[in-house]
Design a protein around this ligand. Sequence first.
Ligand SMILES: *Cc1c(COP(=O)(O)O)cnc(C)c1O
Length: 374
Amino acid sequence: MEDWKRILAQSITKPKDLAKHLGVDPQEVEAVVGPYPMRITPTVLSTIKEKGDAIWKQVVPEAIEMDDIDAPDDPLEEDTDSPVPHLVHRYPDRALLMVTNQCPIYCRFCTRKRLVGKPGFLKKGELDRAIAYLHEHTEVRDVILSGGDPLLLPDYLIERILKALRTIPHLELIRFGTRVPGTLPQRITPELCEIMKQYHPIYMNLHFNHPDELTPEVKKACGRLADTGIPLGAQTVLLKGVNDDPEIMKQLMHQLLLARVKPYYLYQADLTKGTNHFRTTVETGLRIIQALQGHTSGMAVPHFVIDAPGGGGKIPLLPNEYLLNLNEEGALLKNYENKTYHYPQPNETRTRELPMVDTTTPPALCSNGARDAF
Ligand SMILES: *Cc1c(COP(=O)(O)O)cnc(C)c1O
C-alpha cells in the first residue's frame, strides 16, 4: 500500500478512538458521527494543542451540530443547478465536477455536509456523461474538480479524469479544490506531481483556515506542487472561534504566502444545516479585510465573498469606507490610515456638451483612397 493510504487509514474515525486520543466522551459524539462522519488525519491530530482550540473546533464533532434542525441541507441550491449527476453548472463559462464524497478530514462546518463521507469515487459511466455534457457546452472554458476532495482519488483515476478533460478542445483551465496538502501532505507524491505536469494549465485552490495548519511538512507539500508549476491559491472560511480575528487572519495570510500560496477567497460561512454555530456577522469579515488592506502586502488580501443563499453565486464585499463620494468632478477617497484624497475625473464634461457627431455616414475617403484616420 502507498504510504499516504496507510497514513489516511490511521485517521481517527470512531468515537472510541477520539476518547483515547483527545479524551472526548464517546457518548457525546456517537449520535453526531452517524449523519455527519468524522475523520482526523495524523497530521491534523498532531496540530491540536488543547481542547477547543482552532484545529479541534474544525474536526471534533459536537452535539450542537444536531440542534440545528431548521437550516437547509443545500443552501446554495447546487442540486438545482446540476444538469448531469456530479456536475454543477452555475456560471456561464465554468463548471464544478464533484469526483468523490471522500475527504481527508470532515470539516464540521462543511457546506456539503449533506453529501460527504459516503464511500466511492466517480464511476466510469458518470465521468463519461459529465465529459459528454462538457463537450456539448462549448462555453465552458474552466472546470473545477471538487467533491469531497479530488486528491483522495488514486493516481490512475486522477489521470483518467485529466486525460478525458483534455479531449475537450474548448476547455482551457483545470482547477482542483482540495484540503489534502494541509491535512494529508504525504499524498503530494512525486508520482502525483508527474501526472499533473502532463495536463497544464492546472491551478489549485487549497483550503486553509488557521496559521497552525501551515506546519513545515505542509509547507513542503505546497512547495512540491508549486515546483510542479501549479499556481496555488487559498480558500478560507470565516469561522467563529477559529479565525474571526484580524490578527490571526493576518498571520494565516502571511504563512500562506510563505508556503507559496496566494490567498484567493475568504468565505462568509454558509447557512448549511448543522454548521450554524460557526457563523459570524458580516461586519466581522469586513473588519478583517479592512485590517489587511493597506496594512500588509496586497498579495495577502483575499476577496471576501458571500455565496448567496438560493444559488446566486459568490458576491464580493468590500468595506464601504474607501469611496466617500463619486460624481462628474471626481472621487473622494479614504485610505487605510483614514486620510482623505481627491482623484479628479478625466475632463469629459466638455465633450458631452459638443453637438452629436453623425455616426451613420461613413468618413470621407482621402484622395489616396484610404479612409481618414480617426
Ligand atoms: C465557486 C464556484 C465556481 C468557481 O468560481 P470562481 O469565482 O471562478 O472561483 C464555479 N462553480 C460553482 C458552482 C462555484 O460554487
